[in-house]
Design a protein around this ligand. Structure first.
Ligand code: NJP
Length: 239
């Protein structure tokens, strides 16, 4: 496409699959995350430009924005960095985990979006936000994640409204269960408990979500895909 896209959380899962997919389609991709060695492997395998950026660090995001502005700007951003932390009932849940989860998913999306908005305003572009089916409905143990993903969804919907009249599209992609490292992070490395999340059905793959992102970005300029919910066919809940 000849356009340039920033993908956050691109060292694994949905972000890595999206970076690869968009690069294969001709996008110039800037892939960011915290884990340098993962990014180096992605760069070695694909030639994609990679940079370390923790979306919870204002300094990291400012440095990234300066780099992007100095190297041609961007035409799109995929706010994908995020995930769930903690999955305990409210009676036992950890305040600090909720704080960290909000910082990555919501404030991370806010920092990155604010950083690239001047570039998108200049020449038009797309803001993609990866939310969740969990933004739709509560479930036991899910209050923290559901709240965070709902806040992120409201950020996307508000931004779309605030930008009416400007050449910027805002696209919310809401996945159901996708087989990535997400469940392992969420259960703090407890792989057995993570596997239970997918018990009884076949989860989506990261490529399924990369497909959806790619399709949404390739609509003609007068079309805004507001929100797509993608779920495993047999997934019966929002967990
Ligand atoms: O998860 P995972 P997914 N700064 O753990 C990065 C949503 N979602 O691909 O920094 C920058 O494999 C981390 O990189 P690193 C979910 O909420 C998923 O499934 O190196 N990057 C890694 O690349 C999330 O928003 C499911 O550790 C940071 C990536 O984020 C998105 O999909 C269901 C970071 C996470 O990769 C991608 O998650 C659903 C930071 N501070 C929504 N912290 C699902 N998988 O079932 C983390 O509804 N990252």
């Amino acid at each position: 496409s000849g356009r340039r896209v920033l993908v956050t959380g691109a060292s694994a899962g949905i972000g890595a699959a999206t970076a690869r997919r968009l690069a294969a389609e001709g996008w110039s991709v800037v892939a960011v995350a915290r884990r340098e060695e993962r990014l180096a492997a992605l760069a070695a395998a694909t030639g994609i430009e990679v940079r370390v950026c923790d979306v919870t660090s204002a300094a990291d995001v400012a440095e990234l924005a300066a780099h992007l502005a100095a190297t041609g700007g961007v035409d799109a951003v995929v706010n994908n960095a995020g995930g769930a932390l903690g999955l305990e009932p409210i009676a036992e849940t950890d305040v600090e985990l909720w704080r960290r989860m909000y910082d990555v998913n919501v404030l991370g999306t806010l920092r990155i979006t604010q950083a690239v908005l001047p570039m998108l305003r200049e020449r038009g572009g797309d803001v993609v936000v990866i939310t969740s089916t969990a933004a739709l409905a509560p479930y036991p143990g899910g209050a923290g994640y559901t709240g965070v993903k709902h806040a992120q969804r409201m950020l996307a919907e508000t931004l779309r409204w605030e930008l009416v009249g400007e050449p910027i599209r805002v696209i919310d992609i809401a996945p159901g269960a996708v087989e990535t490292e997400f469940a392992t992070v969420r259960f703090a490395g407890d792989v057995e408990r993570a596997a239970q999340v997918y018990a009884g059905y076949t989860p989506l793959t990261a490529d399924d979500i990369a497909d959806t992102i790619s399709w949404s970005l390739s609509r003609p300029p007068h079309v805004n895909i507001d929100r797509i919910v993608v779920r495993p066919r047999a997934q019966a809940n929002n967990t």
